[in-house]
Design a protein around this ligand. Sequence first.
Ligand SMILES: CC/C=C\C/C=C\C/C=C\C/C=C\C=C\C(=O)SCCNC(=O)CCNC(=O)[C@H](O)C(C)(C)COP(=O)(O)OP(=O)(O)OC[C@H]1O[C@@H](n2cnc3c(N)ncnc32)[C@H](O)[C@@H]1OP(=O)(O)O
Ligand SMILES: Cc1cc2nc3c(=O)[nH]c(=O)nc-3n(C[C@H](O)[C@H](O)[C@H](O)COP(=O)(O)OP(=O)(O)OC[C@H]3O[C@@H](n4cnc5c(N)ncnc54)[C@H](O)[C@@H]3O)c2cc1C
Length: 643
Amino acid sequence: MKVAWAGSRETLELSDRMAKLVANDPVFEKFTRPMLGRKELFKNTLRKAAHGWKLIVDLRLTEEEAKWLRLYIDEPAYTDLHWGMFIPAIEGQGTEEQKKKWLPLAQKMKIIGCYAQTELGHGSNVQGLETTATFDPQADEFVIHSPTLTSSKWWPGGLGKASTHALVYARLIVGGEFHGVHGFIVQLRSLEDHSPLPGITVGDIGLKFGNGAYNTMDNGVLRFDHVRIPRNQMLMRVSQVTKEGKYMQSDVPRQLIYGTMVYVRQTIVVDASKALSRAVCIATRYSAVRRQFGSRNGGPETQVIDYKTQQSRLFPLLASAYAFRFVGEWLKWLYMDVKQRLEANDFSTLPEAHACTAGLKSLTTTATADGIEECRKLCGGHGYLVSSGLPELFAVYIPACTYEGDNVVLLLQVARFIVKTVSELGYKQPVGTTAYMGRVATLMQNNCAVRTAEDWLNPGAIVEAFEARAARMAVACGRQLAKFENPEEGFAELASDLVEASVAHCQLIVVSKFIEKLQQDIPGKGVKQSLEILCYVYALFLLHKHQGDFLAVGYLTPKQALLANDQLRTLYSKVRPNAIALVDSFNYTDHYLGSILGRYDGNVYPKLYEAAWEDPLNDSDVADGFHQYVQPILKQKLHSAKL
Ligand SMILES: CC/C=C\C/C=C\C/C=C\C/C=C\C=C\C(=O)SCCNC(=O)CCNC(=O)[C@H](O)C(C)(C)COP(=O)(O)OP(=O)(O)OC[C@H]1O[C@@H](n2cnc3c(N)ncnc32)[C@H](O)[C@@H]1OP(=O)(O)O
Ligand SMILES: Cc1cc2nc3c(=O)[nH]c(=O)nc-3n(C[C@H](O)[C@H](O)[C@H](O)COP(=O)(O)OP(=O)(O)OC[C@H]3O[C@@H](n4cnc5c(N)ncnc54)[C@H](O)[C@@H]3O)c2cc1C
């Protein structure tokens, strides 16, 4: 199962080597992180990033090894944005000449870059950005300017203190005409002493949610006062500005300017499976250690993992972690396919790639953020201790529902794609993830054939149920929209229904990709069978949770919905014997997991007890402040009879 989770034996071995390298290096210690003040915390992150880079250089790590190393260091840092957005943006939107100039500098870390798109006043509405880039043909330069307070760049990670350069998104003005938002490479700080260059105001935006957590990152604010950059620092793969001040659009669609977001959204889906699996690993191991009630004749109490309520909350999350892992693998393939096509100037699959990355980013991050919080509750009181690892994981993870596109805004993009597909059904055969809509007549007509709980253990029955629900919800939205004279008004009015239809479509993708995964050759005794059980758990859990949809569209009867729930209960009993093995298969070191409750050896209570004494409050028996603030109250002489 470890191989199935990792994707291949090579990846398992490689990631295992990197995990151990990090776990055994004292520089990467992280247990004291939540106790540190901001300055100390940030400096410590810089130290870890520098040490990580030294290891990458000294050990001549490959790009793949370096990625795993950064993952296991497990501390948000400017390097995430440098490698994860700045470099990919130049790769995707730069010309060959620009790539030749900037990529070696960035890859050798001679410069540090960030991705400066969002502003104080605008994040979701990218076309509404206010920063301007005005071409000055005399000087052959762009003038980058922040005309208003709300145009201040706000949020970019790595911007506040670390970056020397930024990829700045600004409205292009050539010859007095606006040409929409484009990307520009702008140097922010001196490469000698790191001080901000003239015209640049830059700093950190302040503390964020949680102790430690995402505060290791210097999310920044940035203003430009007529900052000049050479013309060739506009990324010019999509459109160009000539020396003479002529704006030219190439054959490449404009949307490619948003390409970095497509790339990162795809990586976020795989990251969701990592974050959720960490939380599930902690909650599952602890649920096997923790005992409450049920002792007979002085024997041990019941392991909480044996309670059906615990199983019905925990096992769907375990199944979701696996589901997100496999859909992430598929999405990576889809992205690579689109990338290759784009390089050959075939842009036909870009809209689907946008819809899939946006929708799956939204679906998996929402479920993961909620899932981590559920895992905290599954660990009872001890889950609230920082040493459980869950509070920090939650605090670091939840902004994933917002960054790289607010999850609701992204589902509305999916809705546009679905509505368009439905409206074109009469003359265009849908392909890819919307191919099922080509069978819309059948899906509208046929109802569920399930008669017994066992009938639900059938991939065909499950896929058809999810297809029928998604198709019927999409068609219902289409019909409602058709009643509006102005389609945009209709879209705004029906936005909540459209979001629900998008969720149904995205859940269908995840379920289908899990089922497709099971059609592949999966080596290892019992591995495929265990994955089949998890796949059914994932699908039937969703069906149970959203049974209102399946009933409302008239595909299921209440009896069939109940049978699905009966089957789900049976499936939980089948997961139970392998639950620990299924989380051990994630192959996480205790260092990466960062949790006393989730320790591999299960030695929870002694270690919790030990850790308590390491809290700074326990440095002395009598607390600092006792003599000043508590003792006077204890010693006071009160005159009032009542008191
Ligand atoms: C090693 C670690 C690596 C990396 C980091 C990993 C994890 C993250 C860790 C930490 C977080 C760090 C960084 C976070 C960074 C950021 O948040 S960067 C900022 C991200 N911002 C957003 O996501 C903004 C969201 N808004 C948008 O994307 C868009 O503006 C929109 C809402 C999707 C669209 O707006 P609008 O309706 O105004 O449409 P237009 O702009 O006019 O576009 C219309 C047509 O374009 C199509 N479209 C839109 N987006 C895309 C796209 N990305 N790709 C392809 N096509 C796109 C859209 O469908 C319309 O098409 P049409 O209908 O055919 O006309
Ligand atoms: C930790 C973190 C790191 C970040 N890193 C970066 C970075 O490196 N670079 C960068 O450029 N940006 C970064 N961002 C910014 C991030 O991309 C934006 O915050 C995000 O895109 C959401 O935009 P917003 O803040 O404008 O939200 P808003 O759009 O203001 O959202 C507020 C509310 O309005 C709703 N809403 C907005 N529009 C619509 C609509 N059309 N229909 C219905 N509802 C709507 C949303 O659903 C939400 O509920 C980061 C943000 C965070 C939190």
